[in-house]
Design a binder for this molecule. Structure first.
Ligand code: NAP
Ligand code: GCO
Length: 265
């Protein structure tokens, strides 16, 4: 087998919201596979923080400030990247937010905010990069979905609706642009230790583990939370030629949670 098929040499990868967390880890893995890394974040201070973190790892990433929900800003970002770095070969729609509020207490505006970042923005950014991918004759789009693309739970109605929609947007991009040699797949991380899940892992006042922390460990065959680095290899696979016949697939990187009923208490 030709292992070069996993190489990203010569490819430009845009990872959204990648100053830290899952996006940062995926960008680092793609750099190691040879990709040129470009990322955006919503504020200059975050972009600066990200640039410093990439530099510390010897990664010459390019960072731009852009709110992925702003279509004009996204179109300008893509044009700027194409002019300064090159056509985007790989897009990772990673930027995302969550609001954990019981549905009957969530305002419609709060619901809309989550849908805007977690579903509308991946549409906007994918729409902006696809034309150049078609011209170039290939492209890879990776949408960061979630276990909540498959399951619900209390307080995350907007997030689950968005991530469920993102699963179907992934399949539709596959359906509409597969003939142009564009592969659009999703990664569905399990519970990963990042700032987004920090509230679910906070130590209790008595020093004990958060009940949700213990719950997730019991529900995971791997008996641990995931690390952002666990997502690097799967992302490189879906960004590489090794996955040129994989399309419309959601690859769950969850330590086995979705396959497991959970350990008996
Ligand atoms: P995170 O730590 O909250 O990082 C998300 C990043 O996206 C942050 O840098 C955030 O900036 C940025 N962002 C938010 N809104 C943005 C916008 N409008 N424009 C540009 N950037 C924006 O999240 P994470 O845990 O790394 O998760 C990354 C992705 O994985 C998300 O899509 C999340 O839903 C998904 N996911 C996470 C887990 C998990 O367990 N952690 C599991 C499954 C899926 P700010 O800091 O300003 O918000
Ligand atoms: C939550 C968590 C999850 C994870 C992830 C699971 O509140 O349940 O934040 O939503 O972030 O999406 O795959």
């Amino acid at each position: 087998m030709n292992l070069n098929q996993f190489s990203l040499e010569g490819k430009v990868a845009l990872i959204t919201g990648a100053s830290y967390g899952i996006g940062f880890a995926i960008a680092c893995a793609m750099h190691e596979a040879g990709a040129t890394i470009v990322f955006n974040d919503i504020r200059q201070e975050l972009v600066d923080k990200g640039l410093a973190a990439y530099a510390e790892k010897g990664i010459p990433a390019r960072g731009y400030v852009c709110d992925v929900t702003d279509e004009d800003a996204v179109n300008a970002l893509v044009a700027k990247i194409e002019a300064e770095v090159g056509v985007i070969d790989i897009l990772v729609n990673n930027a995302g937010i969550i609001k954990r509020i019981p549905m009957t207490e969530m305002t419609a505006e709060q619901f809309r905010q989550v849908i805007d970042v977690d579903l509308n923005a991946p549409f906007i950014v994918a729409k902006a990069v696809i034309p150049s991918m078609i011209k170039k004759g290939h492209g890879k789009i990776i949408n960061i979905c979630s276990m909540m693309s498959e399951l619900g739970r209390e307080t995350v109605s907007a997030y689950a609706a968005a991530k469920g929609g993102l699963k179907m947007l992934t399949r539709n991009i596959c359906s509409e642009y597969g003939e142009y040699n564009i592969q659009c797949n999703g990664i569905g991380p399990g519970y990963i230790a990042t700032p987004q899940t920090a509230p679910l892992r906070e130590r209790q006042p008595d020093g004990s583990r958060h009940p949700f922390d213990s719950f997730i460990v019991a529900k995971t065959p791997a008996a641990r939370w995931g690390n952002p680095e666990d997502l690097g290899g799967p992302a490189v696979f879906l960004a590489s030629d090794a996955s040129n016949f994989v399309n419309g697939h959601i690859l769950y990187v969850d330590g086995g949670i979705l396959a497991y009923i959970g350990k008996q208490p």
